[in-house]
Design a protein around this ligand. Structure first.
Ligand code: UDP
Length: 307
């Protein structure tokens, strides 16, 4: 597993271990945190490797699955780390696919709803080709992931590597970094500290937020499926950013006020997954409503405030 110390990576490591697997977790800790794996100290079925997967990956042991999750994923991170983001999406994916090919292993790429860019089709089905600005600031992430998908399909078609591609929509939950800059972490931290809630633009832009446990269940099902085409995983219930701010304020009982900040360049106006394929082919759909998931997430951020 690459990106093992990240938010999603570390949850997936836990799930794979719980399912009885042995896991090698790689990460260069660029945006991941070793503390996300601290509870695995002494776990005999988990091996930690500090490595930048943009460089050649060497694995001695036989493996039967490669799960490629390494990448900055929050807009503030990939805007700060544009070249690393392009490298891990391109070179890192190439190296990870090379390992899968050499080991005869199944490969899963963590792709993203960002491949749809600022979508002109709503909600977004997998068949939509997207609306991406290749030279805009977000292009470093969007195009890296689009290239990663293309390379994954090429390894599937050319080398017969059994590949899976998950397009992950906005996901939240415990272990998100308090300062990762994403809307859920920003709003909860601001609300808990009594700071202004920073709404970018007029707050009418929408997102669809999936609780991490739901997402991990979908990823495991996809990995074990026979579906080589990309599959959307996310919660299809859509909220505006302003509605999210109001819900966070209510759940934290915060006295914070909303303030308006500039909308980032190329910020998608709306986003909601069409999850028909996941429903029909994986028997999967999210089970945790946003309000419940936020109630399970807020205590994590409370600990960050008190730390
Ligand atoms: N956003 C916001 N305030 C913040 C952080 C984000 O209004 O403090 C908005 C952002 O402009 C976007 C949405 O929330 O429209 C989701 O942003 P995020 O960075 O979480 O991820 P994205 O979905 O854009 O990748």
């Amino acid at each position: 597993m690459t990106g093992a110390a990240g938010f999603l990576g570390s949850h997936l490591v836990d799930r794979l271990l719980a399912d009885g697997h042995t896991v090698i977790g790689m990460d260069n800790l660029l945006t991941g945190a070793k503390s996300n794996l601290a509870h695995l100290e002494g776990e005999p079925r988990f091996t930690w490797v500090n490595h930048d997967v943009s460089r050649t990956i060497t694995v001695e042991d036989p493996i039967d699955g490669v799960l490629h999750f390494a990448s900055p994923a929050s807009p503030v991170d990939y805007l700060r780390l544009p070249i690393q983001t392009l490298k891990v999406g391109a070179l890192g994916t190439h190296n990870a696919l090379g390992v899968a090919k050499a080991k005869g292993a199944r490969f899963l790429l963590a792709s993203t709803s960002e491949v749809y860019g600022d979508p002109q089709v709503h909600p977004q089905p997998e068949s939509y080709w997207g609306h991406v600005n290749p030279i805009g600031p977000r292009g470093v992430y969007d195009e890296a992931k689009r290239f990663a998908e293309a390379l994954t399909m090429a390894y599937h078609r050319t080398h017969g590597v059994p590949t899976r591609i998950v397009r992950i929509f906005n996901t939240y939950g415990p272990r998100m970094r308090p300062r990762d800059g994403r809307v859920v972490s920003n709003f909860i931290m601001q609300a808990l500290r009594g700071e202004p809630i920073t709404v970018y633009g007029d707050g009418s832009q929408s997102r669809s937020f999936c609780y991490v446990d739901d997402l991990i269940e979908g990823i495991v099902r996809l990995f074990h499926s026979e579906i080589a085409d990309p599959v959307n995983l996310g919660n299809p219930v859509e909220f505006t950013v302003r509605e999210l701010a109001e819900m966070v304020l209510r759940l934290t009982q915060s006295q914070s006020h909303m303030v308006v900040r500039p909308l980032p360049i190329d910020d998608p106006k709306q986003r909601r997954p069409d999850i028909t394929h996941a429903r029909e082919q994986l028997g999967w759909e999210p089970t945790v409503p946003l309000e419940k998931g936020l109630q399970w997430t807020i205590p994590h951020f409370r600990e960050c405030v008190n730390a």
